[in-house]
Each structure stands twice: as structure tokens, then as C-alpha cells.
Design a protein around this ligand. Structure first.
Ligand code: CMP
Length: 143
């Protein structure tokens, strides 16, 4: 079991100016921020990140949305990070998300659902590497 996952505060949540509220929820749930940045994805970069969904009917819309404005990728650390983070964010469709989850609180639709969380340890490692170098993850820094 890995102790890392990748979150992305998506462009809808950045536009709503609720980055702080979402990060508070994440840290209150016991996740430690290993690395964080604000970036504007190009269509190519968003397309690469969501490569696994290529060919699905929502892919083009997803790539357009994810490159429509800045987003905030965050590398997170916690025991059982992937599963615990997916529980914290709730179902992909906010209408189906449990009360108190980040998507229930802050997302408006299936497409514009405020936050991303890795779905497996393997993908967490790939997704973290998409946004952060080893140096940015402070791999050699101990505290
Ligand atoms: P995310 O967890 O970032 O992973 C893929 C994204 O595709 C998902 O969140 C949704 O925002 C988006 N999406 C749009 N339409 C659908 C759909 N019909 N099924 C699943 N995901 C969808």
C-alpha cells in the first residue's frame, strides 16, 4: 500500500475562489501536503494526463475543461492515501456524493466536479510524476 495520492483542485473550484476551503478540508482529514503548484494545463498536457479516458464520450469535454483555466495539483501523503482521499472527495457525480464530501460541498456537475483524486497506487505515482519532479517533492529533505 502506497502512502501518496495526487489531488487536483480543478478549474471550476479555482474560478469559484475556494482553493483555501478545499485545502482546509484536505489537511483537516490528516493529509500532509508534499508539493503544490498552480498551473494552466495545455490541451496536450490535459489530454496526456487523462489518456486512460481517450475514446470515451466525455474525453474532449474533459480535456477542454481541464485546460480552460488554472488548476492546483497537490501531492498528498497519508497512510492509505488513495482510498482515504477518494472517500473524502466522494462520488465522481456530486449528485451521488455523500454528505460532507468535498464534491458534495463544492462541485456543481459530473464534468465540473471540483477535485480529482488518483484511483490506484500505480496511477498515483504516474500522476504525481506528471506534475512534480523529485526535487519539487523534496525527496532528499527529511523533517
Ligand atoms: P476525475 O476523477 O477527474 O476523472 C475523470 C473525469 O471525467 C471525472 O473526474 C469527471 O469529472 C469527468 N467526467 C465527465 N463525464 C463523465 C462520465 N460520464 N463518467 C465519468 N467521468 C466523467
Amino acid at each position: 500500500m502506497s502512502n501518496r495520492t495526487l489531488a487536483i483542485i480543478k478549474p471550476d473550484a479555482v474560478k469559484k475562489n475556494i482553493i483555501g476551503q478545499i485545502i482546509t478540508k484536505i489537511t483537516e482529514a490528516g493529509f500532509k501536503i508534499k508539493a503544490i503548484k498552480m498551473v494552466r494545463l495545455t490541451k496536450d498536457s490535459a489530454g496526456g494526463f487523462y489518456e486512460v479516458h481517450k475514446g470515451r464520450p466525455f474525453y474532449d469535454e474533459l480535456v477542454s475543461f481541464m485546460s480552460s483555466g488554472p488548476c492546483v495539483p497537490i501531492a498528498l501523503e497519508k497512510e492509505n492515501a488513495v482510498a482515504d482521499f477518494r472517500k473524502l472527495i466522494g462520488a465522481t457525480d456530486p449528485a451521488k456524493a455523500e454528505e460532507g464530501t468535498i464534491r458534495k460541498l463544492f462541485a456543481s456537475s459530473l464534468g465540473e466536479n471540483a477535485i480529482h483524486g488518483s484511483d490506484s497506487d500505480e496511477n498515483a505515482a504516474i500522476e504525481i510524476a506528471h506534475f512534480f519532479s523529485r526535487k519539487e517533492l523534496l525527496e532528499n529533505y527529511s523533517s
